[in-house]
Design a protein around this ligand. Structure first.
Ligand code: NDP
Length: 333
């Protein structure tokens, strides 16, 4: 692409207190001055962008903003010794799409420190079929492994199971031989069928999940991957088996946590927080390397839907309403 040619980007501007998102034609010189220029193939849509487009939680910190916390593509120019033209790269998090321009554009300039090489055996489409959702799910599974939760220890429950992170966690854990229970708010047979197709052995959707638990409930789960927080997380803690671990990443149901110390001091339960945004690079690379093999293509096909850039604002509204099953890849071209 020459300096005169234009490319398409989804640009969010603030007008008074409202946000306005529009597809625009930009030139390379319009991009921020970072050290690696990338031709973007795909990005993703996540709960975080849902919050951003709804102007909630101060997700977008600068305006104009090109959102998109993920991207995968090919290096076109690089001032960094770590990357050269032709290299394929992945970007997740590091406040890109929040404080820096992100993946909702055909071209992006990104700090080299934020990039990792696309792992061998993965293409850019698979990388964004996984995206932050798959990578966070993998970090959560690795957290359970580090806590000694092997697949012979008993059932693992995944909450917000039909969402992006949840679906990936179900599929990864099932592929690794864990017995997975998928917790969903949905009573729809089609959602339960979907969760079984991607690897859930059982479905949980009872009313108790909206109710405050006793400090200690009967012991059910060897491990848990939580994306919901709030009352769901307090119930998880009180239902963990002796020595169990909850890996928590999300707040889809609320950020508060009303719990007691009883599961920790009487059952040796641990609660491991998982963050994908500022996760150190070696751990990112380890998670992405695992994703080459540890999730099936069949599951990824069930989980993913591809949308064009122009549809992002509409789907961002749907994801906040909890109306999206699985994960969304954004084809920016
Ligand atoms: P999705 O919207 O794709 O999935 C969230 C799922 O949670 C929904 O599909 C729904 O599943 C369930 N859910 C939604 N609203 C509620 C509610 N009010 N009460 C209970 N359950 C609800 O989001 P993502 O998978 O992208 O993200 C999940 C969470 O993880 C978010 O809070 C996100 O911010 C966080 N996250 C954190 C990361 C980190 O680095 N810490 C990285 C990525 C995500 P169902 O209908 O099946 O119950």
């Amino acid at each position: 692409m020459t300096k005169k040619e234009t490319f398409t980007a989804l640009v969010v501007e603030r007008e008074d207190k409202n946000l306005v998102a529009e597809l625009k034609q930009l030139k390379i010189e319009d991009l921020p001055d970072e050290d690696v220029l990338i031709k973007v193939d795909y990005s993703t849509l996540n709960y975080k962008e849902g919050l951003g487009f709804a102007n909630r939680n101060k997700i977008f910190r600068i305006f104009p903003m090109v959102p998109g916390v993920d991207l995968a593509g090919t290096v076109v120019e690089s001032k960094s010794e770590d990357f050269k033209p032709g290299d394929q790269v992945i970007l997740n998090g590091w406040s890109v799409g929040e404080r820096y321009w992100g993946g909702y554009a055909q071209m992006a300039r990104i700090k080299s420190d934020f990039l990792i090489p696309l792992p061998k055996g993965m293409d850019t489409k698979k990388a964004m079929a996984l995206g932050t959702a798959g990578y966070t799910a993998m970090l959560q599974v690795m957290a359970l492994e580090e806590a000694g939760i092997t697949n012979d220890k008993g059932p693992i429950i995944v909450t917000g199971a039909s969402g992006g992170v949840g679906s990936n966690a179900v599929a990864i854990l099932a592929g690794l031989g864990y017995e997975v229970t998928a917790l969903t708010r949905s009573r729809e047979a089609s959602i339960h069928d979907y969760l079984k197709k991607i690897g859930a052995r059982d479905i949980a959707c009872g009313d108790e999940w909206t109710q405050k638990p006793a400090p200690l409930e009967s012991q059910k789960w060897a491990g848990a991957v939580d994306t919901v927080g709030s009352v769901v997380l307090s119930r998880l803690l009180s239902e963990m088996k002796y020595g169990g671990c909850v890996a928590a990443c999300g707040l889809a149901g609320g950020f508060e946590l009303n719990a007691t110390v009883m599961p920790f001091i009487l059952r040796g339960v641990s609660l491991k927080g998982v963050d994908s945004v500022s996760c150190p690079t070696p751990q990112r690379i380890a998670a992405w390397d695992r994703l080459v093999t540890d999730i099936s293509h069949e599951a990824l096909d069930h989980i993913n839907k591809i949308i064009p850039l122009k549809e992002v604002p509409r789907y961002a509204g749907e994801i906040l309403q909890g109306n999206i099953t699985g994960h969304i890849v954004v084809d920016v071209n």
